[in-house]
Design a protein around this ligand. Structure first.
Ligand SMILES: Cc1cc2nc3c(=O)[nH]c(=O)nc-3n(C[C@H](O)[C@H](O)[C@H](O)COP(=O)(O)OP(=O)(O)OC[C@H]3O[C@@H](n4cnc5c(N)ncnc54)[C@H](O)[C@@H]3O)c2cc1C
Length: 211
């Protein structure tokens, strides 16, 4: 982006967004303003602050990582990404240095202190599940953590304009567990909208489906 002339302003917060029929004007917390034909709000879970309508629910997700495991013990798991699609789901993958990363056990806690108190218990549950699936594996947690995770009601992301801001502000809300994949789809979708081209996923990912 920078090579193509885009200027990047790190640690600079957008404090307000105003629109006219032909432009979007953003003001930063340091008082600078940016005028553009379109603004794309790609501020992750913070994006909800720009919308009065609640569009997603915050969940908590838990994960732990082991110390490096002997390659013979790790076996085929060294080259495998595993996702059990049950609810709550379970996923695991190995790292370059032979550790096992295990995650899942999502719940609807949205209070960070309460969530953080659950980390050890959740890691123990994840470990029990791994032990059931792979009884030979010594996969004890070396470090465990939790993170906030937002999901829409139908699990699909939201891309495009919202009536509250009009057509000059486009939202890129790749919420849900497939956020990285959705981000790629969304980039193409929003570009098509700015270039006024049709895109097959426009309606599927639009805010209108929430109404
Ligand atoms: C615990 C957890 C596990 C996940 N697991 C997976 C997974 O396995 N697979 C998967 O595909 N996805 C997963 N995701 C989702 C994935 O991480 C996200 O979808 C993706 O990172 C979203 O990228 P983004 O660029 O939209 O937002 P972010 O990466 O959140 O970036 C938003 C940026 O906007 C900035 N910002 C916020 N407000 C302002 C403001 N007012 N002004 C200026 N800047 C602002 C923030 O500082 C941040 O840098 C997971 C997410 C979490 C939290």
């Amino acid at each position: 982006m920078q090579k193509k002339g885009t200027r990047v302003f790190d640690r600079t917060q957008v404090a307000s967004i105003k629109t006219t029929a032909r432009s979007a004007q953003l003001t930063t917390d340091t008082g600078m303003s940016i005028k553009a034909k379109y603004a794309v709000v790609a501020s992750g879970y913070e994006s909800q602050r720009w919308l009065r309508q609640r569009v997603a629910t915050n969940l908590s997700s838990y994960a732990y990582i082991t110390d490096p495991i002997d390659p013979d013990e790790l076996g085929w798991l060294a080259n495998t990404l595993l996702w059990e699609s049950a609810r709550p789901y379970l996923y695991l993958r190995s790292t370059g240095d032979g550790r096992l990363l295990v995650g899942g056990e999502d719940d609807d806690h949205d209070i960070p202190a309460r969530r953080d108190r659950s980390v050890d218990r959740k890691a123990a549950t994840l470990q029990r599940k791994i032990a059931r699936l792979f009884p030979h594996l010594h996969a004890e947690p070396a470090f465990a953590w939790a993170g906030t995770f937002a999901e829409t009601g139908d699990g699909l992301p939201l891309f495009g304009p919202h009536p509250e801001h009009g057509p000059r502000v486009l939202f890129a809300l790749a919420y849900g567990g497939n956020g990285i994949t959705y981000s790629m789809l969304g980039a193409g979708l929003l570009r098509a909208q700015i270039e006024r081209r049709k895109h097959p996923l426009t309606a599927l990912f639009a805010f209108e489906r929430l109404a």
